[in-house]
Ligand binder design. Structure first.
Ligand code: BES
Ligand code: MN
Ligand code: ZN
Length: 497
């Protein structure tokens, strides 16, 4: 498990023992806190020796510094003060946590005079620490790696800043966001034998504790609603499907909600159009969209967002048994539109089309944003550095792109159009569920677009970003939790009253 990390804020500190971290920008003459923890000027001497300038994420590390009240001193570079972004503060926090090693007591001086951090900057720094602290090792009975030997169970961090009171307040919101991201990571990392549709729905139900209203629709209820597309995917599994509807009512009663919809395929074998064995284990993460929506609802509720928000997740397992759907089968979606199933491995869109239609009918939302690990083709196009963004609404797309830059959960807009739409016309039904090898991510998006009417809508294809991203300062986990910070930022900047 992750070490427990407790973060306090203080206007001044008299550290005794443990680790002291001093943040320093390129321009500032001396790191803040040097007077308190480095009476003999070791930092300056050592810094000169290694030509330390305060470049972003560079460090000077000093053990048992002479005359110091602490056991170890670390100076962490922030970069050029004029260039430091919100994301740099997050990364600095992550890098700081990464440098703790076996320290159980850490004092951090953040008030670089040139960078002059705001309360929000400091909260972002602390958020970076929490995100880096995450570890999914619940199924390791032996903690054998060198890294784990250095692990401590409990870490007390004191952040020293003149803005302690405001920073503490900003941090209480950041904590809710961190918990949301970590919930999403946990859900993605959890194997499918443990986390089936029912178990996932139970996790969603736990949000009741935070004041979220949660309804769980069963197979019988979905049949009654006519969700033939979603149910067709699920029929080859012995584990029944669920649809979880989460509502956070933090806005005014009359305000129409915003809505987020997630693909929750707890495991995707491909069904009868079965996937090759190599790498199939990764398909335990095919519920990354649903995980992001659940994590987002957690974050918004925990920080008491002033907005009405609906989260809907379609939870199924795509398996090939004797009752599984076949290529060529024709199913009727809740919308009444019929779908010829060409490939049972294009199942995500079948789940989402009923969830989107249901959401639109019931809630008449201001917008719908769906998240889905939808296509391998988006990995071919964008790798794991950008998620694909498809939208029928330029304003919503612009807002999303800006939130992506602010949080560094990056998006790249992809095209939609009539000629792509034609590619999913079917000989036998209203449409088919695949459009062939070319433009695979776009035809998948065109499919979804047929179920959103005139409602402003965006589809985020997160197949490349939800899992298996390269480790970085704030994430070392397979499941990244991608989307939670992005959409929290979107709601915060545009949709709170
Ligand atoms: N869950 C997969 C997409 C995926 C691939 C997610 C790799 C994460 C990593 C999706 O259900 C799928 O199988 N898509 C097919 C669609 C095809 C059959 C039209 C694909 O991308 O190959
Ligand atoms: Mn599939
Ligand atoms: Zn899938």
């Amino acid at each position: 498990m992750s070490a427990k990390i407790e973060i306090a804020f203080s206007k001044s500190a008299k550290p005794a023992g443990g680790l002291a971290i001093l943040l320093k920008s390129v321009e500032s003459a001396a790191a803040p806190g040097a007077a308190e923890v480095d009476p003999s000027g070791v930092i300056e001497k050592a810094g000169k020796l290694v030509k330390f300038t305060g470049k972003s994420l560079s460090t000077v590390d000093i053990l048992a510094p002479e005359g110091s009240p602490v056991d170890r001193l670390l100076v962490l570079g922030l970069g050029k003060s004029a260039d430091i972004t919100a994301h740099d503060w997050l990364k600095a926090g992550g890098a700081a946590r990464g440098a703790f090693k076996s320290a159980e007591k850490v004092t951090i001086f953040v008030d670089d005079p040139e960078a002059s951090p705001s309360a929000r900057n400091i909260a972002d720094f602390a958020l970076g620490m929490l995100l880096r602290n995450y570890k999914f090792d619940r199924y390791k009975s032996k903690k054998a790696s060198d890294d784990d030997k250095a692990d401590v169970k409990q870490i007390k961090v004191t952040i020293v800043t003149a803005a302690a009171t405001a920073a503490k307040k900003a941090f209480s919101e950041a904590e809710g966001i961190a918990d949301g991201v970590m919930l999403a990571r946990d859900l993605v990392n959890e194997p499918a034998n443990i986390l089936g549709p029912v178990e996932f729905a139970d996790k969603a139900r736990e949000l009741v504790k935070l004041g979220v209203e949660v309804e769980i629709l069963t197979e019988k209820e979905m049949k009654k609603l006519g969700m033939g597309a979603l149910l067709g995917v699920s029929q080859g599994s012995v584990r029944p499907p669920r649809l979880a509807v989460m509502q956070w009512k933090g806005g005014k009663a009359k305000d129409r909600p915003v809505a987020f919809i997630g693909k929750g395929v707890v495991f995707d074998t491909g069904g009868i159009s079965i996937k090759p064995a190599a790498g199939m284990e990764d398909m335990k993460g095919d519920m990354g969209g649903a995980a992001a929506v659940t994590g987002l609802m957690h974050a918004l509720a925990a920080r008491q967002a002033k907005a009405n928000v609906v989260g809907i997740i379609g939870l199924v397992e795509n398996m090939p048994d004797g009752n599984a759907q076949r290529p060529g089968d024709i199913v009727t979606s809740m919308s009444g539109q019929t779908i010829e199933v060409i490939n049972t491995d294009a199942e995500g869109r079948l789940v989402l089309c009923d969830a989107l239609w249901y959401c639109n009918e019931r809630f008449k939302p201001r917008f719908m944003i769906n998240l889905a690990t939808l296509t391998g083709a988006i990995l071919v196009a964008l790798g794991n550095l950008h998620a694909g963004l498809f939208s029928n609404d330029d304003e919503l797309a612009e807002q999303l792109l800006a939130s992506g830059i602010a949080t560094n959960e990056r998006l790249w807009r992809m095209p939609l159009g009539k000629d792509y739409d034609k590619m999913i016309d079917s000989k036998f039904a209203d449409m088919k569920n695949t459009g062939g090898r070319h433009a695979g991510s776009i035809t998948a998006a065109q499919f979804l677009k047929r179920f959103v009417g005139d409602t402003p809508w965006a589809h985020l294809d997160i197949a490349g970003t939800a899992m298996s991203s390269p480790s970085d300062e704030i994430n070392q986990s397979w499941g990244s939790g991608y989307g939670v910070r992005l959409l929290d930022e979107l709601v915060r900047t545009h949709y709170e009253s």
